[in-house]
Design a protein around this ligand. Structure first.
Ligand code: NAD
Ligand code: UGA
Length: 337
């Protein structure tokens, strides 16, 4: 084991203006790390990007660059970086089937290949990839990293392709870049994307507008609080630098069905969740569940934030959003319960 690969020079975060990327940027800045942040969205014309990076932008240790990883010149941006945290991607399982697929292919696969090649040219010691539980497909128990991978959506296929690209690069005899691919399991918390379940269910409670429930609600997810994801991601940069490549699950420690989640949100808010029953969506798997044995051994990772507490924090954050970004007015009433 040698010295950590952060706190010895700048690190790069791609997808920095996104939900998870912006939390990682905040976490790095809080440790005093110099951050080169890259995203194709601009804080000048994208209100979500501006909101996500609002705190970070005030920190002089942040250098923010607008760039598309699939097409723009990358070498100058990453030269001198000790670690590249690669979170940029087009996320979302259910939207990946049709006309948006070219963007998934470009941003999740082509961009990853270009970034890996740039890391090798710049001799970046480590790249940490945000991969996904969606690479596993249908499963019948906790998924371990050595289990077969059968993605059930085009999105999952692009995330698996990104992982394979990382492994191929890490196996090159001439590479100086080691890779840790983290398979995140459904992440939630403040700034969660508005297309995701917890965000939508909370918005439904606050606004009274029904949330679609896809299928019978018996599908289950291992929801993972974003602070736990950040902790694991930072740890992936600081584990031994004599590794070439690792793939590690990062989950929340338990799995609940959508019906259980909805009941819990009803209890937390003291309101009935308005639902609109809809057909199951292509690409959604029945269940996700993480075997965290390797995460514990390699990253020293254990999830700390339980689902009920994490949902309460996300609700608290949603309620505090300025009126232009919040979903309804009677929100104070909900949190006062
Ligand atoms: P997000 O959409 O909020 O953030 C992704 C960011 O990447 C966006 O700001 C976007 O503008 C940027 N981006 C996309 N394509 C780009 C490109 N070509 N060049 C530059 N920037 C680009 O998504 P998120 O939920 O924060 O997800 C972050 C990462 O974590 C993704 O790689 C995603 O696949 C992975 N992941 C997320 C979850 C989850 O539950 N949110 C679970 C598993 C894995
Ligand atoms: C999430 C992320 O969106 C993906 O980017 C990520 O790769 C994936 O986690 C992962 O773990 O790898 P998903 O599990 O579909 O994908 O997360 P949610 O969008 O929060 O959906 C969870 C469940 O709620 C799904 O079964 C979905 O069908 C259901 N859902 C979602 C609804 O019933 N209604 C909605 O309005 C939204």
């Amino acid at each position: 084991m040698t010295a950590p690969l952060i706190n010895q020079g700048p690190v790069v975060v791609t997808g920095a203006a996104g939900f998870i990327g912006s939390h990682l940027v905040d976490g790095l800045l809080a440790r005093g790390t110099e951050v080169i942040a890259i995203d194709r969205r601009s804080v000048h014309n994208d209100p979500v990007a501006a909101r996500n990076l609002a705190d970070a932008l005030a920190d002089p240790s942040l250098a923010l660059h607008q760039a598309d990883l699939a097409t723009d010149e990358l070498d100058e941006l990453i030269t001198g970086a000790r670690t590249v945290f690669h979170l940029a991607a087009v996320p979302g399982v259910r939207d990946s089937w049709a006309e948006r697929f070219p963007d998934y292919a470009s941003s999740n696969v082509v961009a990853t290949q270009r970034l890996l090649a740039a890391c090798e040219r710049a001799q970046v010691p480590r790249l940490v990839l945000a991969s996904s539980s969606s690479v596993y497909g249908q499963t019948s128990g906790p998924s371990a990293e050595g289990d077969p991978t059968y993605p059930m959506s085009p999105y999952g296929a692009t995330k698996l392709a990104a992982e394979h690209l990382c492994m191929a690069h890490a196996a090159r005899p001439d590479t100086g870049t080691s890779v840790v691919a983290l398979r995140y399991f459904t992440v939630y918390g403040p700034r969660q994307r508005s297309d995701m379940a917890i965000s939508r269910v909370l918005a439904a409670v606050l606004s009274g507008v029904p949330v679609p429930l896809y299928g019978d609600g018996h599908q289950s997810r291992e929801f993972t609080y974003v602070d736990d994801i950040v902790a694991a991601t930072l740890a992936a940069a600081t584990i031994a630098d004599d590794i070439d490549a690792e793939i590690v699950n990062v989950g929340g420690g338990s799995s609940v069905s959508m019906l259980e989640l909805i009941a819990m949100i009803g209890q937390i808010t003291g309101r009935k969740v308005p639902l609109a029953m809809e057909a199951p969506r292509a690409g959604d798997v029945e269940a996700t569940r993480a075997d965290l044995t390797l995460a514990h051994a390699l990253l020293g990772y254990s999830p700390r934030v339980e689902l009920r507490e994490g949902i309460a924090r996300q609700l608290d954050w949603m309620v505090k959003q300025p009126p232009s970004q919040s979903v309804s007015t009677p929100v104070a009433e909900v949190v006062s319960r």
